[in-house]
Design a protein around this ligand. Sequence first.
Ligand SMILES: Cc1ncc(COP(=O)(O)O)c(C=O)c1O
Length: 310
Amino acid sequence: MITTPYTFAATANTIIHTGARPVFADIDPASLNIDPEEIAARITERTKAVIPVHFGGIPCDMDRIGSLATEYGLTVIEDAAHALGASYGGKMIGSISPFTAFSFYATKNITTGEGGMLTTNDSELADMVRVLSLHGMSSDAWKRYSREGHSYYEVVVPGFKYNMFDIQAAIGCVQLGRESQMRERRSEIAAMYGSMLAGLPLARIDGSRDDREPAHHLYVVVLDLDSLSVSRDQVAQAMESLNVGVSVHFRSLHLHPYYRETFGFAPGDFPNALKAADAALSLPIYPSMSDDDAAVAATVLKSVLERFSS
Ligand SMILES: Cc1ncc(COP(=O)(O)O)c(C=O)c1O
């Protein structure tokens, strides 16, 4: 299965747990999303699926990925952990491919604490996933104990315990009601950063394009390290010391010991991912962030970059 190295471990680990091999395709430096032409270059007769990751909530080039999938008979499984509410070509992410996986982990655009959601437009696949998610039983446990049900059930496949529990779902329903309002606020903060950071030695990865509406899960900038006397990590430390919390998404998977040692990757195998892994910095963005907080973060970044300008 082909995916991006510029992602969280879960993307590649799920491939490995199916018994398949993750094949990485390098990213487009403009969006930090998987580059469809790099996918095309890696397809062989053993390729079964493509897993694009909508990095930071910016939709991947789904038209090109979809046409490659059709041409080579591949299944597309979107990793939309960051992309709830994003859309591509007028279609919501989650309505395009046979499977799209969303995360509702605590840091995500909406949360149920842990857990997530899988969407599909195929009712047979939906039934299969429901059965697999609850021990492989042919009907939901609650139906077994309902008045019209009875305690008889059949296990039709060795399933898992991947169901969302009701308390989580109750939290999720309330969160879902606030999703568009929270996304709107993220979008305002991203727009503010966009104008406040103009002219600085960095590339803004904000994903604004006519055919895509990002979810603004992250606000990532890629520093121009050639214009600085320090590393990205030193910039991050300087910002932290001035009380602006920043983060790094991601240290490319091909650099981590497990994938490097198991699959024999060298750092230079994915040059764009390597470059981004050294230079990307995620600025704070969250719905309750005030305009003043965003202005402080932008001002602190500006002053730190000026201080370390080479
Ligand atoms: C790109 C990506 N995919 C998958 C996941 C996994 O999500 P979860 O923690 O809900 O399993 C994450 C989590 O941060 C992620 O960033």
